[in-house]
Design a protein around this ligand. Structure first.
Ligand code: GLA
Length: 378
């Protein structure tokens, strides 16, 4: 190599070294993912750790975009994992309670597994009686997402859902960014675009127990829900179309109540849900993030607040958990051992023109954000 050719090489090498060392100083803790397992079709699944300076930590899997663990402090500063899940990736291949996963294309149920859009009928997979639940046979909780660490505190996951996948129209490009912020928040930003008119309803299905995963049931957790109204369901848990006031019902969480206080009530809706498994319509104040829910746990002092841009939230009390699942650390996950607060559009909206629309058209960008903020009382 001639001497004058060496100059750009040296400059190039110097720049590379400088970049590497400055990256190191920035502390790319999310760095490269580490192996978490292999899918039945032989693809490698990775796990990424996001961490803030206060030690709050989330492990995210590229399979299903699952929040595998979420460690937050109690009132003494001791960290505890507050979400249900599995140590071993294989747990996530079992029939789904959807622990921690990204749900799509359509969160919750679509009645009779079909809908009309632009005069065309679309048929979906029936995986919940006569209905389609959480995206169908292979929803976004069962696909491999492409991961790109943005820095030590954020991870970008992308997935292209092909036209016709699970019966839904349009090539849908989805991006989900998980961040662990310096305010001890797990922040989830969703964006999506399509090349054909379609419907979508994205959410996250984390199961929380603020006493720690596997530490008993959540019946003593206190819940506040910023919702004056909810959508009653039929026996298949499909909204009837009625919008009902929570006033004077076990669904009134506008003031904090223990979750277990009214869960045994003979209220027809509680009986149909086997507990709470309902869509609450949030009292929103304009666009942007707005307060949705607060959960407190007395023993640990842990508090979780939920803020969202979404119009509604599914409050589910783990009624289908039955103690047959052994999760992280061999913990047995019994009935109501966790709660879900799935921010969303109303279930079955494509069949309810009176509900806020879940349609997305080419040229539009779907954008939603949900924040789970953790703190600990004295
Ligand atoms: C949602 C539904 C529940 C149940 C769980 C997953 O929260 O509303 O009925 O299907 O998912 O088990």
């Amino acid at each position: 190599m001639k001497a004058h050719n060496l100059v750009p090489l040296i400059i190039g090498l110097t720049l590379m070294t400088t970049n590497c060392s400055s990256n190191k100083e920035a502390g790319p803790a999310a760095g490269a993912g580490r192996p978490f397992g292999t899918t039945p079709s032989g693809e490698t699944v990775e796990l990424y750790t996001l961490k803030n300076a206060k030690g709050v930590e989330a492990d995210i899997s590229t399979y299903g975009g699952v929040v595998v663990s979420l460690k937050v402090p109690d009132r003494t500063g001791a960290m505890g994992d507050v979400v249900l899940g599995f140590d071993d990736f294989k747990g996530y291949l079992l029939p789904p309670p959807y622990f921690g996963a990204i749900i799509g294309r359509y969160g919750n149920r679509i009645g009779h597994a079909h809908f009309m859009l632009d005069g065309v009928e679309y048929k979906l997979f029936k995986n919940d009686g006569d209905n389609s639940l959480h995206g169908g046979k292979r929803g976004f909780d069962k696909v491999l997402w492409k991961a790109k660490p943005l820095n030590g505190q954020s991870l970008e996951l992308t997935y292209l859902s092909k036209d016709g996948e699970e019966g839904y129209p349009g090539n849908l490009s989805v991006t989900v960014v998980y961040s662990v912020t310096d305010n001890n928040e797990l922040k989830i930003d969703y964006t999506a675009t399509t090349d054909k008119d379609t419907v979508l309803n994205l959410t996250n299905h984390s199961y929380f127990n603020l006493a720690g995963q596997g530490e008993g049931d959540i019946l003593q957790h206190q819940l506040t829900l910023n919702a004056d109204r909810f959508t009653p369901v039929d026996k298949g848990l499909i909204p009837t179309g009625e919008i009902r006031s929570v006033q004077g019902t076990p669904f009134d969480f506008r003031q904090p109540h223990a979750i277990g206080e009214r869960i045994g009530s003979s209220d027809e809706q509680i009986v149909l849900g086997g507990g709470y498994d309902h869509n609450f319509i949030l009292n929103r104040s304009g666009a942007g993030l707005s307060f949705a829910a607060k959960v407190t746990e007395a023993k640990t002092g842990r508090v979780m607040e939920v803020f969202t841009t979404q119009p509604a939230i599914q409050f589910y009390t783990g009624n289908f958990l039955d103690g047959t699942i052994h999760g992280k650390g061999g913990k047995v996950y019994g009935r109501r051992s966790a709660l879900c607060l799935e921010t969303q559009h109303y279930p079955d909206s494509p069949n309810h023109p009176e509900f806020p629309s879940t349609e997305l058209k080419p040229g539009e960008t779907y954008r939603e954000t949900t924040v789970y903020r953790f703190s600990a009382g004295s």
